[in-house]
Design a binder for this molecule. Structure first.
Ligand SMILES: Nc1ncnc2c1ncn2[C@@H]1O[C@H](COP(=O)(O)OP(=O)(O)OP(=O)(O)O)[C@@H](O)[C@H]1O
Ligand SMILES: O=C(O)C1=C[C@@H](O)[C@@H](O)[C@H](O)C1
Ligand SMILES: [Mg+2]
Length: 185
């Protein structure tokens, strides 16, 4: 059974790498009867099938961010989508004009949870050859004021399953929908 909560308006998941945007986003799409798009995957396609790590290394971060913005600008033209963004989408001011086309949900978890999730992961370019915990802490501190601009903040607690987090988001969406804000109302 799907829920017609958002009337076609896109839902953007933002938050730190490893928080579960991709994992939860896929489930949310199913619950809402929406398609699911992962910006990182689209960037890899736009970058000729190279991985995020390769694109970061070959283009450098500024050009990677430009490509990410370009992809976001294309994706936001569609409707009925749950969109898992890359963890750094919030740093480019221009991206907010695209994100605000939809409902923005911040998945917020502690650095301890993020570290545990990413312990075995070798694919996040910003976490290569660094003290991971310190780097995640630094990035979170740098970005927290940006993530806070989301319409809805969902705290991700230790032990909560992706399904439980998706349910929590769906339960809280009505609290941030004001009458008349949805494009089809
Ligand atoms: N609720 C959860 N409980 C346990 N593990 C989880 C949960 N959500 C996601 N994970 C695991 O954590 C890891 C990171 O999840 P995911 O790739 O969805 O994060 P992300 O926010 O999309 O990260 P990125 O910004 O780097 O794309 C994956 O191995 C995933 O299986
Ligand atoms: O937090 C970040 O800056 C990133 C998160 C990932 O989703 C990727 O977009 C890439 O690894 C950069
Ligand atoms: Mg992801």
């Amino acid at each position: 059974m799907t829920i017609d909560l958002l009337k076609g308006v896109n839902l953007y998941l933002i938050g730190m790498m490893g928080v579960g945007k991709t994992t939860v986003g896929r489930l949310l799409g199913q619950h809402l009867g929406y398609g699911f798009v992962d910006i990182d995957t689209c960037v890899e396609k736009a970058g000729g099938g190279k991985s995020i790590t390769e694109l970061f290394a070959e283009l450098g971060e500024p050009a990677f961010r430009q490509l990410e913005s370009q992809v976001l600008s294309q994706v936001c033209a569609f409707t009925k989508l749950v969109i898992a963004t890359g963890g750094g989408i919030v740093v480019q001011q221009q991206n907010w004009s695209y994100l605000h086309h939809g409902l923005i949900v911040w998945l917020d978890a502690s650095v301890e949870i993020l570290c545990a999730r990413l312990a075995e992961d070798t694919t996040r370019p910003l976490l290569q050859n660094v003290d991971r915990k310190a780097k995640l802490q630094f990035l979170l501190e740098q970005r927290q004021h940006l993530y806070r601009q989301a319409d809805l903040r969902i705290t991700v607690n230790e032990g909560e399953t992706p399904e439980e987090i998706a349910t929590k988001i769906i339960e809280q969406i009505p609290s941030v929908l004001k009458p008349g804000v949805l494009s089809t109302e």
